[in-house]
Design a protein around this ligand. Structure first.
Ligand code: ZN
Length: 185
C-alpha cells in the first residue's frame, strides 16, 4: 500500500486555499515570492529569503509550521549605514477565519498560553503575510552596526555624531519670539 500517493504535496507559491490543503498537509517552499514580505518585516530590502512551511488544516483553522531565513539590507538605526542583516528561526502559528474570531471575541483573552495565531478570510491564506509577520517579530527593536560587526561600533558612533551635528537644527524662531515675551504675574 505504500507508494500509491505522495505523503505530502509540495508547492512553491504563497496563496494557499483551505480546500487545497490535503489531509497530510502541504509543504511549501519559500522562494522569491517571499522577498517583499521579508523586506517589509525587517524594514529594508530583502536580498535573500528561503525556508519551508508545512501547512495543515484543522477544520477551518490553518496551521503553519516551518523555518525561515532571510537577509536584507537594513539601515543602522544609529548611523544610517546600510547593513546586511540576517534572521533565521522557526514559526508555528494557527490562522483562524475572521468570522470565527468575531463570533468568539473573548476566547483569546482566557487562554494564557495560547499558541501564536493570526487570521485569514476563511478561503485562502497568503503566506506572504506569514513571512512579513515572522520577520517583523524577529527584528530587534534596534539594529546597529555592532550587531553585524562589533568592531564597527566606533565608526558607527563617529558617523552618528557627524549626522547629529549636520542635522542639528537652527534655533526655532518661535523661541526667539518667546524670549521677548515678558512673563506676566
Ligand atoms: Zn551604525
Amino acid at each position: 500500500m505504500t507508494g500509491c500517493f505522495q505523503p505530502e504535496a509540495l508547492v512553491s507559491f504563497p496563496v494557499i486555499s483551505l480546500d487545497s490543503i490535503p489531509t497530510h498537509g502541504l509543504t511549501v517552499q519559500v522562494q522569491d515570492w517571499a522577498r517583499g514580505g521579508c523586506g517589509e518585516g525587517l524594514g529594508g530590502t530583502a536580498t535573500a529569503v528561503g525556508g519551508q512551511f508545512l501547512v495543515t488544516r484543522l477544520a477551518r483553522h490553518i496551521v503553519v509550521r516551518g523555518q525561515l531565513q532571510g537577509t536584507a539590507n537594513v539601515a543602522c538605526d544609529r548611523c544610517g549605514e546600510l547593513l546586511t542583516f540576517s534572521v533565521a528561526g522557526e514559526t508555528d502559528c494557527v490562522y483562524l477565519p475572521f468570522d470565527e474570531i468575531v463570533a468568539n471575541p473573548n476566547e483569546d483573552d482566557s487562554a494564557q498560553e495560547a499558541p501564536d495565531h493570526g487570521e485569514y478570510d476563511g478561503v485562502a491564506l497568503d503566506l506572504v503575510h506569514v513571512v512579513r509577520e515572522f520577520f517583523a517579530l524577529e527584528r530587534p527593536a534596534r539594529i546597529l552596526c555592532a550587531d553585524t560587526d562589533p568592531a564597527a561600533d566606533a565608526g558607527c558612533l563617529a558617523r552618528f555624531r557627524v549626522r547629529a551635528d549636520l542635522a542639528s537644527p537652527q534655533p526655532d524662531p518661535r523661541f526667539a519670539v518667546l524670549k521677548g515675551v515678558k512673563p506676566t504675574r
